[in-house]
Design a protein around this ligand. Structure first.
Ligand SMILES: Nc1ncnc2c1ncn2[C@@H]1O[C@H](COP(=O)(O)OP(=O)(O)OP(=O)(O)O)[C@@H](O)[C@H]1O
Ligand SMILES: [Mg+2]
Length: 322
């Protein structure tokens, strides 16, 4: 595991921000760290990057304990905070050069490295532009380039997608894929769950400083979401299709949109993949002519709501070990 957090607790005065948090991230993962405002995401990230000393518990990055092997941890980690900071009279090149210096990158290696990084985040054309004059999305990308200046194995990104337009989000997603292909492990926080759904291999859901669920995305989806919406398009008698569907015990509700051509039905379905395929057979054998049959994958938003609801009902039983 590249990140191993054991019983991590942090108090700001009387405020308990992390409550015996346990979390693991395997190497090569894109780990989505999801939780509402005040859940403890930034606190966890600041501890992992040695910027904050925990009250108790242990956190290791690539085997190095964050309170004891500070220098070793800092070599392994690149951190992108959730704000850019203020840098007067500095262009993009100078900004990266400044941080390269802080990380003791040899001066003769810097020009090529900075050119490569600017190229990676698509900012070569802004090399000489004043950083405070960059757009928000450009600042985010420059900040991301900065996190990689010392070639760390783990990137910790605190809400990198906040404030980005849809196109910039897609670009960020592509960039993260590229970084993953380069062998980096990435931890990325957000509360906009759907924006993480496609880019993460693993997720952890945090609330009130505790991890409610953690694991690879597919496993979490499977364990938490027997609920699907199945959309079908029907040629001919949509009412007949609906009547057939409700015969199955897993069907909770059917909504018909007969004004559309072809008619569309949305079936609320509580069952596994086996049951979904049985529904398809049932409809076909019932003589329904369909041009489309698709089970919508449940998204992180739904998982999050499901998990946090469980946690309100029964705080202890909701946690799934990673
Ligand atoms: N410097 C601080 N002093 C006092 N309390 C703090 C401090 N930083 C964070 N907290 C409190 O700790 C809790 C966790 O905060 P944290 O910033 O880790 O949450 P977060 O998950 O990053 O939230 P957000 O999604 O809003 O960024 C919150 O209740 C917050 O008010
Ligand atoms: Mg935060």
């Amino acid at each position: 595991m590249i990140v191993e957090i054991t019983d991590l607790t942090h108090r700001y005065g009387a405020m308990l921000a992390l409550d015996q948090l346990n979390l693991q991230i395997p190497p090569g993962a894109i780990y989505g760290f999801i939780g509402p405002n005040g859940a403890g995401k930034t606190t966890t990230m600041r501890i992992l990057t040695t910027l904050l000393l925990p009250s108790s518990g242990e956190a290791r990055v690539a085997g190095h304990e964050v309170t004891r092997d500070i220098q070793a941890v800092r070599r392994e980690v690149g951190f992108m905070p959730d704000f850019f900071g203020v840098y007067d009279n500095m262009n993009a090149y100078e900004y990266l050069d400044f941080f390269a210096g802080a990380h003791k990158v040899a001066p003769e290696r810097r020009p090529q490295m900075i050119a490569d990084l600017l190229d990676l985040v698509d900012l070569s054309h802004k090399r000489d532009a004043d950083v405070m004059g960059l757009s928000r999305g450009m600042k985010q990308r420059l900040s991301l380039a900065r996190t990689m200046i010392h070639n760390p194995s783990l990137l910790i990104l605190d809400e990198p997608a906040s404030g980005l337009d849809p196109r910039a989000r897609v670009e960020l997603r592509e960039l993260l894929k590229e970084l993953r292909a380069m062998g980096k492990t990435i931890m990325i926080s957000s509360h906009i769950l759907t924006e993480l759904a496609e880019m993460c291999s693993h997720i952890g859901i945090i609330e009130h400083g505790r991890l409610l669920a953690s694991g690879d995305v597919a496993t979490i989806m499977r364990s938490l979401q027997p609920h699907h919406i199945i959309e079908i398009h029907v040629l001919g008698d949509a009412a007949n299709a609906a009547a057939l569907a409700v015969q199955l015990p897993q069907v909770r509700d059917v909504r018909s949109f007969v004004e559309e051509t072809p008619a569309r039905l949305e079936i609320d379905f509580e069952g596994d993949e086996q049951a979904i395929s049985a529904l398809l057979v049932h409809l076909v054998q019932g003589g329904i002519a369909m041009t489309h049959f698709a089970a919508q994958a449940s998204n992180l938003e739904e998982i999050f709501l499901a998990v946090t609801q469980q946690s309100t009902a029964a705080p202890e039983s909701a946690a799934t070990p990673a």
